[in-house]
Each structure stands twice: as C-alpha cells, then as structure tokens.
Design a protein around this ligand. Structure first.
Ligand SMILES: Nc1ncnc2c1ncn2[C@@H]1O[C@H](COP(=O)(O)OP(=O)(O)OP(=O)(O)O)[C@@H](O)[C@H]1O
Ligand SMILES: [Mg+2]
Length: 395
C-alpha cells in the first residue's frame, strides 16, 4: 500500500482532509444495525437487537484467548494490514472444530481487532456481523465468527491470500507485481457481481464503502467484498432514497450523497466507477502527491474518457499490448457512465455486470468489425497524444 495507512482517518465533517480519508458526519445517529439481510427471499424484516443479531447468526463466538492463541498473541509479524477499524492478523484454526491450532496447520484465518476506542467502531463491528452473518455469495468475504468479550471486539474471516486490490494496484515491492489486463477485468467483474447481489437482495443492501482496499483477492484472483461496517438497508416501498449521515471514503463517495446525505444504490455505482478508473489507470482516487490538476482522479480523467483518441492518457502504461483499443474504449465508457453526475444516468449493477462480461470476451468485439481490434502498443498510437510522462505510477 502506498503512504496512506497513517493518513487514513475518520473525519467528522465533510471537508476533504486527506488521501482516502473516511467520512463520518456529525449528527452521530447510529448506524442502523436493525435491518435484516439475507441472500434468500425469506428475510426477517423486523428490527433486531444486538443480542438477537449475535445469537441468530451461524457464526462462531470465539473467546479472546482462542484468538490470541490462533494469532500467536497478535504477533506483529503476522499483521496483514491496518485500517480505520483496527489491525488485521493472520491466524490458524482447525477446519472442523474451529479451535485454534499451531501455525501452519488447519485453515488460515484473518482476525480483525477493533482498536478499543469510540462508538463508531462498535457500530461497524455490529453491522458487519448483522450483514455478513446472513449474506452469502461467492463474491462476498466469508465471516467465520466474532469475539465479544469485555472490551474486546474482533471479527474472524476466511483468509484472502492475495490481500486487497489496493495493494496490487498501488503498493511497491516484488510481492505485488502489476496485474494484467485480464486479471483486472476479472477482479472488476467479481466485485461487480458482489455489488449486484447486494443491490438485488430483498431488502436491498447499499454497501456505501466500495473502494479498492475493500476488494480482497483469493489465490485465483477471485474478488470478494469485505467491510460491511457502513452498509445499510436501501429504500423500501415507494421511497426514492434513505436519508443518512454521510459516511464513506473521500474520493469514492457520490457527489449528490455528499451534498445531501440522500443514499441510493446509485451511490455505490458512482464508487464503482471510481474503482474501475483506478484499475484502468493505476492512479489513486485522491492523490495529493500528483501535480495540481491531477489530485482528483475523476476530475482529471473525465475529459480524456470522453475522447476516444485520448483514452491512452488515462490507461496504466504497464497494460500496453494486453488489451484491444475497443476494450479500452468500452471500459472507459462504462466508467464514465457510472460517474455520471446525475444518478439516473448511471447504469444499475446488473448492467455493469453485463458490460464487464462482454469485456472479458474480446472475440465478440472482433466479430463486430469495429476498427479497434489491434492490440495497443505505444507504437500503435497514431494520435500524437503522448502518455503523460510526468505522472509517476504507484507501483
Ligand atoms: N480476510 C482477509 N484476508 C487477508 N487480508 C485481509 C483480510 N481482511 C483484511 N485484510 C488486509 O488487511 C488490510 C486492512 O483491512 P481493513 O478492512 O481493516 O482496512 P481498509 O479496508 O484498508 O481501510 P478502511 O478501514 O478504510 O476500510 C486490507 O487492506 C488487507 O490487506
Ligand atoms: Mg476494509
């Protein structure tokens, strides 16, 4: 990951305080943990108390000691990462009994430990259990259990061996090789399917924190969404939106949501557009280290995306030779639609999934006889638009 860990903060107002900083508005209303979410039609829709949420889920209630053993006392060298919620550690448990085992035996888990401060963390912890305790899909990370003992609040997940998409896009080091075009499309499609599943759930779930650090990858680059701490129920009945305090992450949140607090599934679509753009460009949504005029990825990239011949200015140079011009244009166009200022002009997640599925099938495009069927190498650029050489990449 880039230099942003220590800068990742929770702000208490709507001003942009830094790179990818979290947004939490002032009014302090509790995050709803009352809505019931499941993946099937048999959804209990009555509000649930904390006790009901913890008891009803099929999750293991770990003792703190068990998780201490599983992570070898939260050894610093087993730390997988750190976010606004707390630190994440690698651990081991027996696959069947779920009892802590010796390192290297049983199955690997990721244990997220809440920093013991603040109510926001408690709310997010409970929301995670409420949603992930009931929602199951191949593109959502699996929650195995939790710990709720004295002041300790922990979450236990399946281990995602390739870490987050954010690490792969922006982190330097030999462990993180640049992802190929086809893997990027695969990841985008997996994440889109996860979001589509949430949006189609009854009642609908709005994820509210879609960003590259919340897309985790397994050994085959299957993408799974993690972090449901900010998720909440979508509007029901004839309501067009839910009114909420504004939470999320700067750079990803939809402008109308930031301005009004009116939340709809289209807010997630906007965030998806930002993430797609990050995947195409390997540039961060907000990057204060870039030259002025390039700090905000969406503002900077939009003019290039609308011009077929200038799309290369946005594309990650390390992808050269891997995609067809036609594919780049389609991906850029999809991002542009998701980023429409008017929410009603953004596609829904099913349409996004369909578009990405087509992107994975370049043969369809070749059949279409469009002129963009050549692989894109620097030499094939006859547009006279040089790649922005003054823009270092975060790799
Ligand atoms: N299940 C998991 N398997 C493997 N690594 C994980 C898992 N969950 C989290 N991680 C690692 O821990 C890091 C921190 O995750 P976390 O969700 O706490 O914070 P974040 O998403 O980066 O930031 P934020 O708090 O703003 O959401 C992730 O980026 C990832 O590298
Ligand atoms: Mg996260």
């Amino acid at each position: 990951m880039g230099a942003c860990w220590s800068n990742r903060i929770k702000a208490v107002n709507n001003s942009n305080t830094g790179v990818n900083s979290k947004i939490v508005s002032r009014d302090g209303n509790n995050l709803s943990v009352s809505g019931s979410k499941v993946s099937s039609s048999s959804v209990p829709q009555t509000p649930r108390s904390e006790g009901e949420i913890l008891q009803s889920s099929n999750l293991k209630n770990f003792s703190f000691n068990e998780l201490r053993t599983a992570t070898r006392n939260f050894r610093p060298d087993s730390m997988l990462g750190e976010g606004g919620f707390g630190s994440v550690f690698k651990g081991w448990i027996d696959e069947h009994s779920l009892i802590a085992t010796k390192p290297g035996t049983g199955i690997v888990i990721a244990v997220k430990r809440l920093n013991q401060e603040g109510f926001q963390g408690d709310r997010e912890w409970m929301a995670e259990i409420n949603y992930l305790g009931q929602l199951h899909h191949p593109n959502l990370v699996k929650l195995i259990g939790f710990c709720y003992e004295d002041d300790h609040r922990l979450l236990v997940y399946e281990f995602m061996s390739r870490g987050s998409m954010e690490n792969h896009l922006f982190r330097r080091g030999s462990h993180f090789q640049p992802l190929s075009w086809s893997i990027r499309v695969k990841v985008a499609l997996g994440a889109a399917r996860g979001l589509a599943f949430l949006h189609n759930a009854k009642p609908q779930v709005i994820y509210r924190d879609f960003k590259t650090s919340n897309i985790l990858l397994d050994s085959n680059y299957n993408a799974k969404l993690s972090d449901f701490g900010l998720a909440r129920d979508g509007p029901t009945g004839d309501k067009s939106h839910v009114s909420t305090r504004v939470v999320g992450t700067y750079g990803y949140a939809a402008p109308e949501y930031l301005a009004t607090g009116h939340l709809t599934a289209k807010s997630d679509i906007y965030s998806f557009g930002v993430v797609l753009l990050e995947m195409l460009s390997a540039r961060r949504a907000i990057d204060k280290n870039r030259p002025s005029g390039e700090h905000n990825l969406v503002e900077w990239a939009k003019p290039y995306l609308t011009n077929k011949r200038r799309i290369f200015r946005v594309m990650d140079p390390r992808l050269e030779g891997q995609y067809l011009l036609d594919q780049a244009q389609k991906a850029a166009n999809l991002a542009l639609q998701c980023l429409a200022v008017e929410p009603k002009f953004r596609p829904n997640m099913d349409e996004v999934v369909t578009a990405l599925e087509q992107l994975r099938e370049p043969r369809n495009m070749q059949k279409s006889g469009q002129k963009g069927n050549t692989h894109c190498h620097p030499n094939s650029r006859s547009t006279g638009n040089p790649r922005p050489s003054a823009s270092p990449l975060h790799v």
